[in-house]
Every structure is written in C-alpha cells, then in structure tokens.
Design a protein around this ligand. Structure first.
Ligand SMILES: *Cc1c(COP(=O)(O)O)cnc(C)c1O
Length: 398
C-alpha cells in the first residue's frame, strides 16, 4: 500500500509544528518560526493565549457538548454579542467557513422561496473567489482546479470578474437570488474590493430585491482593523459568513443575518450536530473578549500601518523581486515580480529564515500575523525577510 494514512490532499512541507508560543511556532526538532501566517488568518490571538486556553479548559471540564435539542445559554450569549456588534439580528453557528457559506447560500435561496419567488435561486459570484471545499462552495467559485473530477457541480452560480460592477449588473435576471462576495479576496491574492463595487452591489441588491452575502471568513474578525471588513465600505450585508479567526484556533464559524435575510430559516430548515456547542461557544467568547477590549482594534490598525510601511520600505530595497504591498489592516499581500514565484520563495523563507507566510494566487505572498504582534515582531519579520530575499537572489544566480 502506498497511500499515506493521512489522506494526501495537501502538499505538506517538512515543518512539523508541535507547540506554539505566542507569535512563534515550534517544530519537532525545536526550531522556532515567526508565525506571520496564523494558520491562515485563524490564530488571531497567537498560539498560547491565556484567556483562550483558560476558557476552553474550564468549559471542557464543565460541559463540552449537548445536542441542539436543548436550550443553549452559551449560544444565546455569543449570538447576542455578535448581534450587538454587527449588522446582524440572528446567528447560526457552524464548525467551519465552508459551512458558514453553505448556510448563507441556503438562507439566500430560502429568502426568495418564502417570499413567493422560488425560481430566484441563482447567486452571482466572482472570479478568483474562494468560498470553501464543499460541493456548494466549490460550485460557487469559478476555479477549474477546484472543480476537476467533482462534477456535476451544484447549479445556480454565475461568475463575473471581481470588482466589475457593470459585469455583475449584466448577469442579473429574473432567477437571481443575490451576490456572494469577499470584501477582500484572500486566497485570490489579497485583493480588496473597491468602495464603488461593494456600494454598487448593495444598491443593485436593493433595487432588485437581492441578497447581498459577504464571505468574511478570512477578512472578518478584526483582521482588517474593524470587527468586520464591510464596516470600512459604508454598507451592510443581508447575510455574512464568518469563521477562521472567530474561534482563534478552535473550529468555529457563524452565519450572521438580518431578520429579513433569515426570514426563510425557520424550524427544520437547517442544522448541525456540533454547530454552536458549549466548547466552541467558550472559545468564541474568549476571542470576542480580546477583540472587543478597548484599544484592540486601534492596535490592529497601528500594527497594520507599521507593517505595511516596513514592507513597503523593504520592497523598495528589492525592486527586482517585489512589486507592491496591498491589503487592509493586518491582511496584507506582497505582490512579487513575475520572475520570482511566491510559492518557492515562501518555502525558502520558512526553511532559511524561520519565517512563516502564505502563498496566494496572483503571485502574492500573504502576510497574516496574529493581531497581537508588537513592533519587535514586525522588525524581526521584515529584517529577516529582507535578508532572505538577498540570499534567495544570490542562490538563484548561482
Ligand atoms: C478559508 C475560507 C473559507 C473556507 O473555510 P473552511 O473553514 O476551510 O471551510 C471560505 N471562504 C473564505 C474567504 C476563506 O478564506
């Protein structure tokens, strides 16, 4: 038998983390890595955050799981806090981002179903988007690579260029249910939507009675400097998918909606065995305790500006290798010159300099540090990155 016990769907590298220490990961051999990847925007409080550990430990000792057949004081409390701090009136808890997007898609379709328009099922989505790996969420993304071998896809998605408002408008017809869009594309290469685009989608949704669904699985939860990214666009969605950072490392996702957006989600329409269990709620509460504490978002914004500035200065010293820095808050991307691919360079940084970042589409290196970083971490990251770039070029020329 040659297949590995762990199904070989990931190109896993030789770094094998066994412990975390704040902003650092520690490998099997004891090597320390400065983690500016954060489990892909998950570990927003770093790796050994006292409040998060204590919340999960205490709750694990008290009650880990009960069925959704019973009342949930834990779920009510976390849902109320999310409602109090966002556009939403109601929340469905999931275990992952894809499930949060699934719930969002179902809510958008049900909205029209109960409004007497069951033919309105189609959702307009955008090229280079990523919404997850379930059948519905791969169908929602226009990616031949993700579709390969998995057809037939779920019908009801129409694709358009990201940030192309006229293109989106042209796709609207009598069967359209809504839009599904990331305010800042993550996997697609840290591409923030323009204000005109998101505001335009909001306006089209209002004019045509469509659902505006935001996928903030990666860009939400304080990553861009506001609790949710939409706040910086001067709009509010009808439905929003959150996950990744919301559990700080504990598997947790959430589908947030207005009362209108969730009007079809009545008893019996949706469910999840684990979704919203007390252990996950405890993790979510601990994350919100930290993120909503006075000064936390200010810190994210300040560190975001400093990191962006330092990266900008760094790329100025390597104009042959890096093109630009883009993104919002601590969701940053460094676009590389076509002569240098981001993926092998990210590997080089990890092996050579002990720096963790993540490659993304469009030849971008994603920089997604824990939101608790300090200036010292930024200095360490950027100076080691600059040295790694020099060494990379030297070995490439050998
Ligand atoms: C990661 C991601 C998802 C999928 O989340 P999973 O927890 O992996 O299912 C969906 N949308 C966006 C924007 C993401 O970045």
């Amino acid at each position: 038998m040659s297949i590995t016990p762990l199904m070989p769907v990931y190109p896993r590298c030789d770094t094998r983390p066994v412990e975390g220490d704040g902003v650092y990961l520690i490998g099997e051999s004891g090597k320390r890595y400065l983690d500016f990847a954060s489990g892909i925007a998950v570990n927003l409080l770093g790796h050994s955050h006292e409040g998060l550990i204590k919340a999960v430990q205490d709750q694990a000792a008290k009650l880990m799981h009960v069925s959704n057949l019973y009342g949930s004081p834990q779920g009510e409390s976390l849902a109320q806090r999310l409602v109090d701090n966002s556009f939403a009136d109601t929340v469905f808890f999931t275990n992952s981002g894809a499930e949060a997007v699934e719930c969002a898609i179902k809510a958008a379709r049900r909205y029209h179903h109960v409004a007497g328009n069951p033919h309105k099922t189609d959702i307009i989505t955008f090229n280079n988007a990523f919404h997850g790996r379930t059948m519905a969420t791969i169908s929602a993304a226009n990616s031949a690579k993700m579709h390969d071998g998995f057809t037939p896809l779920l019908p009801g998605f129409k694709y358009c260029d990201f940030d192309d408002l006229e293109g989106a408008k042209a796709l609207i017809d009598e069967n359209t249910a809504g839009f599904l869009v990331e305010p800042v594309q993550g996997e697609g290469g840290i591409r923030p939507a323009s204000k005109e685009f998101l505001q335009g989608l909001r306006q089209l949704a209002d004019e045509h009675d469509l659902m505006l669904v935001l996928d903030e699985v990666q860009c939400g939860m304080a990553r861009t400097g506001t609790l949710f990214a939409y706040e910086q666009y001067g709009i509010e969605p009808d439905i929003l998918a959150s996950a990744k950072g919301i559990g700080g490392g504990f598997p947790l996702g959430a589908c947030l909606a207005t009362e209108k957006g969730a009007q079809g989600m009545v008893i019996g329409t949706h469910g999840s065995t684990y979704g919203g269990n007390p252990l996950a709620m405890a993790a979510g509460e601990a994350v919100l305790d930290a993120v909503l504490a006075p000064g936390f978002l200010d810190h994210v914004n300040e560190m975001g500006e400093r990191l962006r500035g330092a990266l900008q200065q760094m790329i100025g010293n390597h104009p042959d290798m890096f093109e630009s820095v883009r993104g919002m808050g601590l969701m940053l991307g460094v676009k590389m010159k076509p002569e240098f691919e981001s993926r092998p360079f990210v590997n080089w940084m990890r092996e050579g300099a002990g720096l963790l970042a993540v490659a993304a589409a469009d030849n971008v290196m994603r920089v997604l540090p824990p939101l608790i970083i300090t200036e010292e971490h930024i200095h360490e990251f950027v100076s080691k990155l600059s040295a790694a770039a020099d060494e990379y070029k030297a070995q490439a020329n050998d």
